[in-house]
Design a protein around this ligand. Structure first.
Ligand SMILES: *[C@@H]1O[C@H](CO)[C@@H](O)[C@H](O)[C@H]1NC(C)=O
Ligand SMILES: *[C@@H]1O[C@H](CO)[C@@H](O)[C@H](O)[C@H]1NC(C)=O
Ligand SMILES: *[C@@H]1O[C@H](CO)[C@@H](O)[C@H](O)[C@H]1NC(C)=O
Ligand SMILES: *[C@@H]1O[C@H](CO)[C@@H](O)[C@H](O)[C@H]1NC(C)=O
Ligand SMILES: *[C@@H]1O[C@H](CO)[C@@H](O)[C@H](O)[C@H]1NC(C)=O
Ligand SMILES: *[C@@H]1O[C@H](CO)[C@@H](O)[C@H](O)[C@H]1NC(C)=O
Ligand SMILES: *[C@@H]1O[C@H](CO)[C@@H](O)[C@H](O)[C@H]1NC(C)=O
Length: 376
């Protein structure tokens, strides 16, 4: 698109957005189910952590440099290349007994091979922080060896266990950096503690990018579990071991290069019982064959198998501001996951992403605070 044309498109877009803002909200859907529509003022009252007229943007605060898990400058004598302990996103878990201890369970690529060697080099490791959920985290242990990727860990109250959904297959670590192509399968493992012991991974279904959410609540202490995968297909099972049955596929065009093209879903149910998915929205690849800057997508629905909305706007982009006053515009920012408050309100407190800088083939795991309730 020519610059002038895109300028015109942008102007039309802002004009349209202006009209709808002036008309105001009618229902909570107009507030992205991230807030309440105040009918008298026609304005959204956003829940903590969300902002903008339609509560469709995360309220991200400056991040601290060297927080999260960034060991891209690290090397060992048995590394095959120079991309350090590259990693690609993770899950923050507050220790259930020791509340001052936080675990970050992440996908790490050993031997310095970096992101491009993710298949077969990816392993699942655990790192620890005693300085809060933002880290910095320090390597503690390998949980699952090559090839395990996409680890998504959640506490299951019904099972009194952590469930870890991954993709992968047990394989030897090659003796040089290389990249394999495999069909991916989703598996699940369980453990009473983040440190393990983790049960052997059981294969559940073909697919990738699993994102589980237990349906358990105090009113309904069920062992049922919801599981999202690539393209926002949603499955459910009576218990985590399966079988999983497909309960929802999105009505829009999820094909590669379509404007609804997404990956890396992160599924959750909020304090009101509404459902949300944060995902990597690949609109810039579809439009310009580039991986930046509009990378965060948000989908929402009042029920799991009901009518989902996807407004095709960025919830966050590749720009991150830092507490030292600096700013990094990332080349890639993917694998979104949220860490929530544990007070029953599920306020999003931190956004976790896998990131890659421009002109670098190393990758790391960034943790950025959300809203005024997060601590650095
Ligand atoms: C991550 O590490 C690299 C060095 O490998 C450094 O250049 C970069 O600034 C670090 N990023 C953050 C956010 O700490
Ligand atoms: C990586 O960079 C950090 C921050 O500058 C520094 O503290 C650390 O020592 C460096 N590690 C290596 C192995 O150079
Ligand atoms: C890097 O990962 C290896 C395991 O692959 C681990 O032994 C090492 O301690 C890690 N280094 C850092 C600085 O996290
Ligand atoms: C996935 O499952 C198929 C069988 O459906 C198998 O052939 C393939 O090796 C598996 N791949 C991985 C990475 O687990
Ligand atoms: C879906 O989107 C793709 C990519 O833009 C396009 O090639 C395909 O024709 C679309 N399919 C339908 C049914 O619209
Ligand atoms: C990301 O969005 C902010 C506004 O929210 C804007 O200031 C910034 O320039 C955007 N980043 C990029 C790389 O376009
Ligand atoms: C990346 O490298 C290219 C060529 O060396 C340079 O033109 C460009 O400015 C660099 N980009 C960034 C963000 O550093």
């Amino acid at each position: 698109m020519h610059v002038l044309t895109s300028l015109r498109v942008a102007l039309v877009f802002f004009a349209t957005a202006g009209i709808s803002a002036a008309q105001g909200c009618v229902g909570d859907e107009d507030c992205s189910l991230n807030g309440i529509c105040c009918r008298s003022s026609g304005k959204c009252k956003c829940d903590p952590g969300w902002q903008s007229d339609d509560c469709g943007m995360l309220d991200l605060l400056p991040a601290a440099r060297w927080s999260g898990y960034n060991y891209t400058n690290f090397t060992l004598s048995d590394f095959y290349s120079t991309k350090g302990n590259s990693s690609w996103g993770g899950n923050i878990i507050q220790d259930r007994q020791d509340k001052g201890l936080f675990h970050l369970i992440i996908d790490q690529f050993p031997r310095g091979c970096g992101l491009s060697g993710w298949r077969p080099f990816s392993t699942v490791i655990r790192a620890e922080s005693r300085t809060g959920p933002a880290g910095p985290y320090h390597y503690a242990q390998e949980l699952l060896g090559t090839f395990r990727h996409n680890a998504k860990v959640i506490w299951s109250p019904a099972d009194q266990m952590y469930l870890m959904y991954t993709i992968g297959i047990e394989t030897e670590t090659p003796d040089t950096c290389k990249s394999y192509k495999w069909a991916n399968n989703v598996s699940v493992s369980s453990a009473p503690d983040a440190r393990g012991p983790w049960a052997p991974s059981d294969r559940l279904l073909d697919g990738t990018n699993p994102t589980p959410w237990p349906l358990w609540s105090e009113d309904n202490p069920t062992s049922e579990i919801a599981l999202g995968v690539e393209d926002n297909f949603l499955y459910s099972a009576d218990s985590f071991g399966g079988p999983y049955k497909l309960i929802k596929s999105m009505p829009w065009n999820t094909s590669d290069y379509s404007d609804h093209w997404t990956e890396d879903p992160f599924l959750w149910r909020d304090k009101r019982g509404n459902w949300h998915i944060l995902c990597h929205w690949m609109i810039d690849i579809a439009e310009r064959h580039e991986k930046y800057p509009r990378v965060g997508g948000h989908l929402f629905s009042r029920s799991l198998a009901g009518k989902w909305s996807f407004k095709l706007q960025a919830v966050y982009n590749t720009t991150v501001h830092f507490t030292d006053g600096g700013r990094t515009d990332y080349y890639r920012r993917e694998r979104p996951r949220l860490y929530f408050s544990d007070d029953g309100n599920l306020t999003p407190l931190y956004l976790i992403n896998g990131v890659q800088e421009f002109n670098s083939s190393a990758s790391y795991t960034l943790v950025q605070p959300i809203g005024s309730r997060a601590k650095l």
